[in-house]
Design a protein around this ligand. Structure first.
Ligand SMILES: Nc1nc(=O)c2ncn([C@@H]3O[C@@H]4COP(=O)(O)O[C@H]5[C@@H](O)[C@H](n6cnc7c(N)ncnc76)O[C@@H]5COP(=O)(O)O[C@@H]3[C@@H]4O)c2[nH]1
Lengths: 194, 194
């Protein structure tokens, strides 16, 4: 089914490429890039992980520091890595760093992004086709399956499982007025895991 | 189903981003990048298209100029473009150019790559799980569905349909001794469309 299919694709075609420690200078893993970033910018990450956001509505703006998330500011990107993949020479992979401003004014650095397949599902649903109609009817189920399959794949992968924190959440505001501040959502997860 | 799901993801999450003409200097489309490449390198593309290779076996080496395709040489990459997508700031997209040496010694320049979701499916199948078992049993069908859905999505998209040539082929040698030279496969398609 679609949800578990794109979870497999996301895990094998992306997380397995960007997360693991490889020990090679020209093929660094997430943690190595984060340590380089800390050294270059004199900051500290709370968690050496990639936070993957799965908003139930599929709404994934281009940047996490959207108008709905005032507690989040863009920081710089981690260094990118390039490798040949399926005929694309030097395909570029990189992750973004954000700062979350806490209620006490502290700055917490995190490496985070939305789950791209969920964004893409959102775009597929906007089409005016029969296919898109089916996706619009079942998208909640598809996103849930994507989340459950992804968590399972990570749990069973030695190299990846403690490098990734997947957050599945209802991203709409309770009063229906818009979207929740993602900063608070990430901070709650950080507190849980520390 | 998996095949049509990853075709939607590939079309909306990639082809729609890299192919179309946008008219913006900071968000060029394939054809604009190809024209820049021709000017900088004093060469000519036979076709202003992205050739997407879908090998039935799912075997997609890192570079098209693999040991099985002696008629293909790597050229340079087209210029890349960067844009914010689903929380990844300045995500990088670029395509590769290859030269095909014809039987008469001519050099034909093409922008080509394997369909990465097919590569990823190949990797998913190698796992030692129940899920991978199902994919191994049905992969031929999945790849075919991917191809048919992709062709259909392209046919119905004004902005993309004549910027992409999808080649679905049996990539194994008839005598079972290895894989066919991809150069010949691409040249046949070029002759058909010119
Ligand atoms: N955040 C993020 N950063 C990345 O660099 C990245 N690369 C892949 N993915 C996601 O992992 C999964 C597997 O990727 P695959 O390469 O098999 O399919 C990809 C691939 O076939 C194609 N594609 C996307 N970006 C590129 C690219 N830069 N070059 C070539 N092909 C690309 O279009 C498919 C869908 O892409 P996304 O919808 O962005 O999400 C992918 C997908 O869900 C990424 N996600």
């Amino acid at each position: 089914d679609y949800g578990s299919g794109i979870a497999h694709s996301f895990f094998h075609g992306y997380l397995r490429i960007v997360l693991p420690h490889t020990g090679h200078q020209n093929n660094k893993g997430l943690r190595e890039f984060q340590k380089d970033f800390e050294a270059r910018n004199d900051v500290k990450f709370d968690a050496y992980k990639l936070f993957i956001l799965i908003p139930m509505s599929t709404h994934c703006p281009p940047s996490i520091d959207s108008e709905f998330s005032p507690s989040i500011e863009v920081s710089k990107e981690l260094e990118s890595k390039e490798l040949d993949r399926a005929g694309v020479k030097n395909r570029n992979y990189k992750n973004s760093v954000y700062k979350i401003i806490t209620s006490s004014g502290q700055k917490k650095y995190v490496t985070a992004e939305y789950a791209t397949p969920v964004k893409t599902l959102g775009e597929v649903m906007k089409e005016n086709t029969q296919c898109a109609n089916i996706y619009r009817k079942h998208y909640k189920e598809i996103v849930l399956n994507f989340y459950l399959t992804l968590v399972d794949l990570l749990k069973n992968d030695e190299a990846c499982h403690d490098l990734c924190e997947v957050i599945y959440y209802d991203d709409k505001n309770k009063d229906g007025s818009g979207y929740r501040d993602v900063g608070g959502i990430i901070l709650s997860r950080i507190r849980e895991i520390m």
